[in-house]
Write a protein of this length. Sequence first.
Length: 252
Amino acid sequence: MTPVLAARGVTKAFGDVVALAGLDLRVERGEFLVIVGASGCGKSTLLNLFAGFESPSAGTVLLDGREIRDVEPRCGMVFQSYALFDWLTVSANVGFGPRMRGVDASDRVAELLELTGIGDFGDHYPSQLSGGMRQRVALARTLANEPDVLLCDEPFAALDAMTRQVLQQELSRIVQHEERTCVFITHSIDEALLLADRIVVLSARPGRVKNTLVNDLPRPRTADVQISDRFLDRKRAIWESVQEEVLAGMAR
């Protein structure tokens, strides 16, 4: 079966700096894939290639078997920085993409506000919301464009621990409800284990796939799951793999 996303022998260089080298990766339809690795290993670069924001220096990046050559509207990005329009209300932010395409998405906007837990805040402005609420708006805005794939670049990294955990659970629920494919980047192994169907560890720069772990922890991943021996064993294994690459990167 053709994967929804694929990187085949992908190398990406920025001048003399090689971020990715000969990377191969498949993302299956409906999968929640989480990518972890040391800082600077090319995680965000890979996401930008999938989104079409960057082009590979060598190799091929594909969506449904077709090469991505430009910004790909079927891949929706959720950024850490929210990237909302401060002068628009929450509803107007969420409906911005469809409106630019001449589509009346008012019913869909209302549905997404309810789905993301901000149904009572449609007339508010981003400056009136907490960080967690703004990230919900950013997620709803991305979903309003009806992407096949959600690309999430550390979207919860700037949030406090409790808000982060709530939004992890919400994102998992929403991805399942919407039947989306999701590629999610994080530095947090706990976050990876809470969200992922499969976890990919990238090597230190230049990034390649070092290890892949199928995450068979039961859902929902409650507090009991998070303190289970299975969870801790998987966390230890991933940390050992990432730590090797952190040390390798420092040695260079």
